[in-house]
Design a protein around this ligand. Structure first.
Ligand code: ADP
Ligand code: 5GP
Length: 221
């Protein structure tokens, strides 16, 4: 059902076709357990390559954390509004995670395309599976913590969760990590183990180096 309406979106998501006829850069999907370090890596990618990558700002029904900005980190909306917009067909994908709705709107991806940047999405595993049914054709990268114990420590240090939401996130992480390691091999193009942050960032940058080159070629053509 999603394939047809997304066909135009996906073609544009691939970026401008450079004059040498080579395909443009592909969008990037980052996934991985909550607390694995996706936002940290993404922030650095956008700091270092801000004119090349653009973040697809998702919608969520969860409350903003201190410091999070509406329209920058997420669009913070009520469940009612989000459900109406989903029913209206405004979303590429959506999922229930840890008691809240999250989703990628078509408008969010288009906004990045309009700036001629490589669109980077941060979605959970359900989002990955749903995006696989579309024509977006991104590069899929899984960011994995070194262990569940380290994940728990990082989530606690981040100081954003209640005991209840922490437990839900850890339970989801356990399922996701098993799924990626055993049951669904091939779901991701790359798995980055985020132990040392600098090394994890280097692995991310290296994995995207071809896309960065394509984007630079596109902007100069
Ligand atoms: P996610 O976006 O995947 O939920 P975050 O980027 O918010 O995860 O990272 C969770 C916490 O772990 C943050 O407080 C962050 O500063 C910290 N963190 C991320 N990567 C590392 C790392 N390699 N070593 C130590 N702490 C890290
Ligand atoms: P957080 O509440 O920690 O910001 O995000 C919780 C989880 O929701 C993370 O795994 C994150 O990747 C995922 N997420 C964020 N935005 C979206 C989205 O638009 N779609 C889906 N499916 N998951 C999302």
């Amino acid at each position: 059902m999603l394939r047809r309406p997304l066909a135009g979106l996906a073609a544009a998501a691939l970026g401008r076709v450079p004059s040498d006829g080579m395909p443009g850069p592909r969008p990037v999907v980052l996934s991985g357990p909550s607390g694995a370090g996706k936002s940290t890596l993404l922030k650095r990618l956008l700091q270092e390559h801000g004119s090349i990558f653009g973040f697809s700002v998702s919608h969520t029904t969860r409350d903003p954390r201190p410091g999070e900005e509406n329209g920058k980190d997420y669009y913070f909306v009520t469940r009612e509004v989000m459900q109406q917009d989903i029913a209206a067909g405004d979303f590429i994908e959506h999922a229930e995670f840890s008691g809240n709705l999250y989703g990628t709107s078509k408008a969010a991806v288009r906004a990045v395309q309009a700036m001629n940047r490589i669109c980077v999405l941060d979605v959970d595993l359900q989002g990955v599976r749903n995006i696989k049914k579309t024509d977006l054709r991104p590069i899929y990268i899984f960011v994995q913590p070194p262990s569940l114990d380290v994940l728990e420590q990082r989530l606690r240090q981040r100081n954003t969760e209640t005991e209840e939401s922490l437990a839900k996130r850890l339970a989801a992480a356990r399922v996701d990590m098993e799924s990626c390691e055993c049951k669904e091999q091939g779901l991701f193009d790359l798995i980055i183990i985020n132990d040392d942050l600098d090394k994890a960032y280097q692995a991310l940058e290296e994995a995207l180096s071809e896309e960065i080159k394509k984007a630079q070629r596109t902007s100069h053509s």
